[in-house]
Write a protein that binds this ligand. Structure first.
Ligand SMILES: Cc1cc2nc3c(=O)[nH]c(=O)nc-3n(C[C@H](O)[C@H](O)[C@H](O)COP(=O)(O)OP(=O)(O)OC[C@H]3O[C@@H](n4cnc5c(N)ncnc54)[C@H](O)[C@@H]3O)c2cc1C
Length: 450
């Protein structure tokens, strides 16, 4: 059977594409190499505990691209709960992340001198973004290196670089940190040549803004977003084949006319690819050198998430939101998902996840992360009755200085690209959704969707 569209990959970007195309009237085939759909956005049960694939806070839930796609195409909408706050954990206390200038003044986790330097740099950079003088290719480290910060402050900056981009402060562009904290808005018009431009409204955010305000967690777990997409597929319009890896693109005269898997070949004049961009040149010899160089510039990070099931609800994790540990050992990002939904843990117990970027072997990195957790929260060690680890690639491309994201139109006719390694805006699910919205705009512009 010929399909009107083929989607390669059934992560959130592939599934959102399949939903949108089917609701726009197309018969869609989705091919996924794993045994199940969802990619990085799943929730599953292990021994009575319900874990997500990694920790998830969905950003821009009130005004972002996922909301637009939900409004336009979803029949079943996930129930989102307010995320809560980001906290910094030290050996002594848990403090709310300082989003505003006022909060920085009181943020005594870092030495006072360093804080004052950071505040004045932050103010100056938001101001200079208004005049278009923030350089797109400057790293966080290069931007700050002339300051005499303490080691602790450098660790803090490095930790946040990892969380915002997946890479350290020498590889993370400074604009990524500013956008991640929403000191500069996330929309495309803010890149002009090699400069990043912010609006005057951003100055107000420095004075009064809580960056966690626009974030949410799906009550039924991260995988609820995936489930709602699949449940919104119009009857009979979407065929999903799992355990079927696309091994080649079928190209004729510079045009993609279908795909090949181990089992079969499928024809369509519209293919949406949501697998890894770095793999794409391996699927066809027809990509030009510029495209190969662009996707070759993309780097990835690997993360480990350790889930701990605790035999009781600990007061140390009695907050909504997340915590970041940066003081020593492995920096991590932690959150208790059973705070949002008690049924993720057996009655009276607590599920807490901790994610860190890894650069070494799985076993040693898992051990280092667990040591850090027990250093940060010593009481946890005596209460662990369940442990589950996941090693994943959180974004298909980290945002690094010099990375060139290819966008959504491939240089071959009939081929469109979606996923976190095609769009440079935002992070995670929001970035995946941005890519799908953009791809739909292109298809509409080409008259391929009415
Ligand atoms: C630890 C961790 C923490 C995270 N935290 C957050 C967060 O807080 N907020 C947030 O928004 N996001 C977060 N994310 C990221 C978010 O989960 C991902 O960005 C998003 O799910 C990626 O969607 P995607 O469709 O681009 O890619 P993927 O989920 O990677 O999907 C790609 C799919 O394509 C399939 N595929 C690849 N090649 C082929 C092929 N040749 N043939 C067939 N199938 C193929 C893969 O098997 C996969 O299923 C986190 C992820 C992790 C792991």
């Amino acid at each position: 059977m010929d399909y009107e569209a083929i989607v390669v990959g059934a992560g959130v970007s592939g599934l959102l594409s399949a939903l949108a195309l089917s609701k726009e009237g197309k018969n869609v085939l989705v091919l996924e190499r794993d045994g199940e759909v969802g990619g990085n956005l799943r929730t599953y049960e292990v021994d009575g505990w319900w874990v997500d694939t990694g920790l998830h806070a969905i950003t821009h839930v009130d005004d972002g691209p996922l909301t637009k796609l939900m409004d336009d195409y979803f029949d079943v909408i996930p129930r989102f709960l307010p995320y809560g706050n980001y906290h910094i954990r030290t050996r002594e206390k848990l403090v709310v992340f300082p989003w505003t200038m006022q909060a920085w003044v009181n943020f005594d986790v870092l030495p006072q001198n360093d804080r004052f330097q950071l505040m004045s740099i932050l103010g100056a950079s938001v101001a200079s973004s208004i005049f278009g003088s923030v350089d797109k290719n400057q790293s966080v480290y290069d931007f700050l290196k002339n300051n005499r910060f303490s080691d602790k402050t450098w660790r803090f900056i490095d930790t946040f670089s990892y969380f915002m981009s997946g890479k350290n402060m020498r590889k993370t562009p400074v604009w990524r940190l500013m956008k991640g904290a929403r000191y500069i808005q996330e929309n495309e018009s803010e890149f002009i040549g090699d400069k990043v431009v912010g609006g005057i409204a951003n100055v107000a955010k420095l004075l009064a803004y809580d960056g966690s305000y626009h974030q949410a967690y799906p009550k039924l777990g991260a995988g609820a977003v995936t489930d709602c997409i699949v449940r919104s597929f119009p009857k009979g319009k979407v065929t999903v084949k799992t355990s079927e890896e696309v091994k080649a693109l079928d190209c004729r005269d510079g045009k993609v006319v279908g795909v090949e898997t181990d089992n079969d070949s499928y024809a369509s004049d519209l293919t949406v690819y949501s697998g890894y961009m770095r793999d794409l040149p391996g699927l066809s010899g027809e990509f030009d050198e510029d495209f190969r160089e662009s996707v070759g510039s993309l780097e990835q990070s690997t993360s480990i998430t350790v889930w701990l099931g605790l035999d009781e609800v600990l007061p140390e994790f009695d907050y909504m939101g997340a915590e970041v540990w940066f003081e020593e050992g492995k920096s991590y990002w932690g959150m208790s998902t059973s705070r949002y939904n008690q049924s993720f843990a057996p009655e009276g117990k607590q599920l807490v996840g901790f994610t860190a970027i890894i650069e070494g072997g799985r076993e040693s990195e898992e051990k280092a992360l667990i040591e850090s957790i027990y250093t940060a929260v010593p009481s946890a060690e005596d209460h662990v009755e369940f442990r589950h680890a996941q090693v994943t690639i959180p974004e298909k491309a980290a945002i690094t200085v010099g990375s060139r994201f290819p966008g959504q139109k491939a240089p071959l006719d009939g081929l469109y690209l979606v996923g976190t390694d095609t769009d440079i805006r935002s992070m995670g699910v929001t970035r995946a959704a941005f890519s799908v919205v953009e791809m739909l705009k292109i298809l509409k512009g080409e008259g391929r969707l009415t």
